[in-house]
Structures are given as C-alpha cells and as structure tokens.
Unconditional design. Structure first.
Length: 359
C-alpha cells in the first residue's frame, strides 16, 4: 500500500466522480428530507388519513436499498410493516390496503415498471420516486399514482441519499415513522464521518490499513439482524464499486448454522476461513444477547484479520447512515486499488442491452 497513490488512481479511474458523490452524501440526505412535505405535496395529508395495513416497496438494486432501511426502521419504531419486493410481480397476498412505494432512480427499471402497473390495474395507491422515465409518467395516467421527483445525473447507488431521504420524509409525513427534532445534530455528526474517511483529503483515513488486507483476501461481513440493510448494501457496494464478492452472515441466525462452518474441519475450495477479512458491523442498540454472541464470535474467529466497524449514534437511523458512509469510501478505495473505475458496471449494462434486444 505504501507504493499506491490513491489520489493519482482516482484522477485516472474515477471517471464519473464517485468520490464527489460520496462527499455529498450528507447534503443529499439533508436536501431530500427538506424536499418532501405536505405543503409541497398536499396529497400526503390525504394518504395519511388511510389506515394502511402495510407498505410494499418495489425496486431493484440501489433503488430498492431504501426499502430495506425503511423496513428495519419500521420494525423498531414504525406503525406498519414494510415488505421489499424485488421482482416483476406482486405477492399473492397483496391487496389494495397495502400502500405501494415504487422506486427507480432512472424510472425505467423494467421489474419495477411491470410490478407497478400490476398494482395500479388492481386498484393500488402508488407513490413513485424517480428522476423521470416511464414510472414518472404513470402518475399522469392514473389518479391513484403520485410522483416525487429525485435527483439525476449520477449512478443509482450513489444517489442513495437522494432516494432514501425522500422515502424517509414521506414515511414521516404519512405517520408511518415518527418525526425527529434531532436531524440537524445527526447530520452534522455524519458530515464529520464523511470528512474523516475521505482518503483523498485525509491521509490518515482509518481505511488505509484495512483496505491493504481486503485487496488480497476474501471478505465476510457479519452483524445483527437490524443492520441487515447495511450489510447487504455493503456487499452490493463491494460488488459494483470494487468488483469483489463478499459473504454476509446475520446474528443470531448464523449461530444456529453457519458458526459450525466457521470452526469447521476444512476449507472450502474458494473460501479459506483463516485468511478471511471479517468485518463485524455493530451499533449501540444491539440486543444484549446478540452482543454476547458477537463477542464470542470475535474471540473465537479463526481469522487474524478481523475488524469491528461500529455505527455511531444512539438511533438505528444514525448508525445505519454512519455505516453507509464508511462502506462507500471503503468500496471506492478498494476498487481503485484493483485498477477499477468505481462507476463502471459493464456486465450490468451488457445484460440490459441483451434484454432490450429480446423485446
């Protein structure tokens, strides 16, 4: 790592300014929270009067990630459940007392479009969040479809702040999640995290040593159930920004099966436990028994390459966003070390072209 200049690599490889989008994460959250309210969208007050049985969140990839975050936040403090559906279809149990939230950064994600059209034809009330595209046009064609515009001009996964903040503000306006009077303090703290982990502007970034090991070793991500959205987004960011695989394990479920494999009698052909970089994601609000399980795992892990990445903050929301910032910087830096443009997604674009030719 001493011979690697991340600054120079970024100048050469970061063609779409993924680093700049990462620096703007907190601003994106701030602007998104302010962009959605009942004064701007009076229909929010009308929808808030309905006793919804739940929300089904449609979307794929980075556009679906916000639904995962909303789901765990609602599990902790919400009034109704949120189910994320990543597919062309709706579940058989769905009916029109479930609000539909359809999210696509481009507005042209085919799975989200098809599932949304099914919902609208069945009498659903749908809220679309996108930058335009076919999904935004559905709000003009259906009286029961409402549109919240997001911000374009960047890769969907880098637009998570724009998307999730609008989703969160919507849920607060609908009364599904409680309002908070501590957003400003939280966002100020998160901006400090952005600055601390900026490996271009901060030569002392805590990520540098960790990245040096991740560059050559397999990666595992472990954490409690309520951090599942962060763990999965971490994996996806490593997939896209770094072109790297990562496996995810969730406490306490993994203790009832996967723990045996971690202390097993041999190594899988593609997975050497002892050589794994293991990242334990934690936060202050973990159940005490889950914390005990995690401490046991840390003490007994067969790998010497284990790090705890702690999501700071007393609320689950702040811990999740804190972890998002760290994972974004880490996955970008790792991509640069591998000589990859963190914005490049050649196989995904190739598949989209193949599917378009099949229409």
């Amino acid at each position: 790592m001493a011979d690697i200049d991340l600054n120079e690599l970024a100048k050469t490889l970061d063609t779409e300014d993924m680093i700049g989008f990462t620096r703007a994460f907190v601003d994106d959250i701030t602007n998104g929270l302010h962009a959605v309210n009942s004064e701007r969208y009076p229909w929010i007050d009308e929808l808030a009067k309905t006793q919804w049985q739940g929300v089904i969140a449609l979307g794929m990839g980075g556009s679906a990630a916000g639904g995962d975050f909303l789901s765990v936040l609602c599990n902790l403090a919400g009034s109704i459940p949120v189910i994320v559906q990543r597919d062309y279809v709706l579940p058989a149990w769905w009916h029109d007392q479930w609000l539909v939230l359809s999210t696509s950064h481009s507005g042209n994600t085919e799975e989200a479009i098809e599932a949304t059209e099914i919902a609208l034809k069945a009498g659903a009330t749908v809220v679309v969040i996108s930058t335009g595209g076919i999904l935004s046009g559905l709000a003009e064609l259906h009286y029961n479809c409402y549109f919240i515009p997001s911000i374009g001009g960047q890769p969907p996964r880098s637009a998570f702040g724009h998307i999730f903040a609008r989703q969160l503000a919507l849920f607060r306006g609908l009364g599904i999640l409680p309002h908070s009077n501590q957003d400003m303090e939280m966002l100020n703290r998160l901006q400090l995290v952005v600055n601390d982990y900026d490996f271009i502007n901060n030569d002392d970034s805590e990520l540098i040593e960790l990245i040096s090991f991740m560059a050559t070793q397999p990666i595992s991500l472990l954490g409690p159930t309520e951090l599942t959205p962060a763990l999965n987004r971490f994996k996806n960011q490593l997939n896209e920004n770094s072109a790297r695989f990562a496996r995810v394990g969730i406490f306490p479920e993994m203790n009832h099966n996967e723990s045996v494999a971690w202390g097993g009698v041999g190594d899988d052909a593609d997975f050497s436990v002892g050589e794994n970089v293991i990242l334990f994601l934690t936060w202050n609000g973990m159940h005490s028994r889950v914390a005990n399980r995690l401490e046991w795992m840390i003490a007994h892990t067969p790998s010497d390459l284990a790090w705890r990445i702690h999501g700071e903050g007393e609320t689950l929301l702040e811990a999740l966003l804190h972890l998002c910032i760290i994972m974004d910087w880490l996955s970008i830096a790792l991509g640069l070390i591998h000589g990859k443009d963190p914005s490049a997604i050649g196989p995904i674009n190739s598949l989209k072209k193949f599917l378009a030719d099949k229409n």
